[in-house]
Design a binder for this molecule. Sequence first.
Ligand code: PEP
Ligand code: MG
Length: 756
Amino acid sequence: MIEVLRKIVQAVNDADDLTQALELIVHEVRGAMQTEVCTVYLKDRSSQRLVFRATEGLNKEKIGAFSLSIDEGLVGWVASRGEMLNLDDAMAHPSFQLVPGLGEESFNTFMGAPIIHQRDLLGVLVVQQADTRRFSDAEEAFLITISAQLAAIIAHAEVTGAAMAVDTPAEQVARIQGVAGSPGIAIGQAVYVSPTADLGAVPSRRASNRRQEMRIFRSALARVRDDIEVVAENLREELSPEDHALFGVYLSILDDSTLGGEVAALIKAGEWAQGALSQVMIKHIRHFERMEHSYLRERAVDVRDLGTRVLTYLQDENENREDWPERTILVADEITASTLGEVPRERLAGVVSLRGSANSHAAIVARGMGIPAVMGAYDLPYNRLGDKPLVVDGYSGRVYINPSRQVLDRFQVAVDQDQALSEELAGLRGELCQTLDGKRIPLWVNTGIIEDLEGALDQGAEGVGLYRTEVGFLLRDRFPSEEEQRLLYREQLEVFAPSPVTMRTLDIGGDKSLPYFPIQEDNPFLGWRGIRVTLDHPEIFLAQVRAMLKANEGLGNLRVLLPMISAVEEADEALALIRRCHEEVIAEGYMEGLPPVGVMIEVPSAVWLTGALASRVDFLSVGSNDLTQYLLAVDRNNARVADLYHGLHPAVLGALRQIVDAAHLKGCSVSICGEMAGDPRAVPLLLAMGFDQLSMSAINLPRVKKVINSLTMADANEALAGLEGIHSSREVIEIAEGLIERKGLDRYVRLNRDSG
Ligand code: PEP
Ligand code: MG
């Protein structure tokens, strides 16, 4: 059964559009279940009716022309209850209704399963037959399994179907919903960067110079041939002549008379070389994969391998592109800090990542750079985007493909409003951050790259609450040396001196993997992360701390922060290493004292150990991004559960209060450096809890200052007191937003804004 299921799902996945996918579903399911009829009804979004969309066995002329209301007939019974229905005598059921012209008269056995995707009913999958017999339990289970599997594919095909507008009616706009990653609106031109050597991820694109593309293709082919001939030669002695002859067969796959010729023909027709290669190779891989004979099926692996080799060389040739559009919207399967670094800063207008969520590190880096971003847009038909115009709405998490003049005008108004707002907020730059009744609260920034510094200073930041040192590591192809690190850190410290700069020791693992030190684990967020890695590799830790200390020479504004502490032993060990480094550099003539050292509270165990940790270190900093993910058991990087990820969850707020109280009891200062500190709705609550500093992405700083400077402590305390007895995030949000609205601050906060 698994094999049949796999085959159906694969076939449907390969379909070009929704109609073809549905045709395949009814055809394959009818075959697999050996019934006479299989039909799919899909719910039409605007009319809310169940439309007869595909059938094998009933009257095909009715496809698209016939529909039922949501609770009409047996199909409506299944749809409105979201339940399976299995009947040996359909006509005896009270909801039975005979529709003239559908051709159902002779089929009395009926089984229907709802197609549900993320709680949303998409339609109904029905099988029918003439024999009066009840479908068996196993058949029932099969239909449920197949409809659950197909739901995601249908949902995806529905959305990308709308995006067909990319190719067809130019006036239509396709809208894809993702997750808001970094605020702002970007209007620009899509550039998709495909992951290296992935045939399935190459977009189709018109060649700007066919001759050039053909030349590149020929040269890549020649290089692959050379490689294979070298391997064949090396193995000549070890293989029998028959086995050795296989290399000849292997090479011939790329000949002009076979696949090579097909690729060349597509290039001649105007496709760029990578697109032509991937289209031809994928067609043949699928063909081989569907073969019954296992020997032939395995040839798919050879074709894929060859295709990937050629693609690698083609990508080599296309690397270092210099023709980035003036307003590039970077689209990638998974945006990383290094992909962001590829585009010249002045040309990078916006970012769309198919994977990831609001608190993925790529989103945080985009926020640091002030670039609008949408994450988790997995429905985006990236391989058909070409270089189409896009609008990225980083407030609502939507991407518009091929926007019409009307949509563009609407967004241009939003861009102008943003501009006016930033100019207005820029006036706050020289003002202190304090409540109307005089409570001071320093606003610090989170940084990672040098570019962040200018933005931070422009926004009037009073210090750096979190410098993510790993970003400097991510942008290289090896670990930076101690001296390279010293120079990097010196720059950060100098720009902000004498204000404090909090440097976090290397925090890799989770969703941050170094290209030259990959960590592959089934459960990376619960695995080898942060301090766990660096304590296991003291040589990396020691070099980093020494570089920080040396960079601090003559400045004295360094603070060192330890990530992912989950036990006191980790803090003790790290502190001992830091003291050792300090003694070493003192012996080398360093003059500064031991800098303040702090730990991050971002793991639930650390919440309960706050007091013990506070008595060991000089300060604490709450990493609410991770703390939220670990307290709520919601992956911060997964768009599918983004709705469950709430910093304003009562459990998270309860933990934050507990941390502040426990830290202050030990006389230890405590800041918060997760993204929540930059959420103007959360800020009054954090203020009332007693956080000593708030550290955030520079882009959020002016709005946060505006909110704080418009409130009294009584307002903040009242909002916090209002949470007493509240157990749902929705109610917390109502209270938090209520305060913002009462103070007339919604303009700065953009509550639930839909710019389009
Ligand atoms: C956090 O977890 O809140 C934090 C600030 O660290 P990072 O986002 O880099 O994991
Ligand atoms: Mg963290």
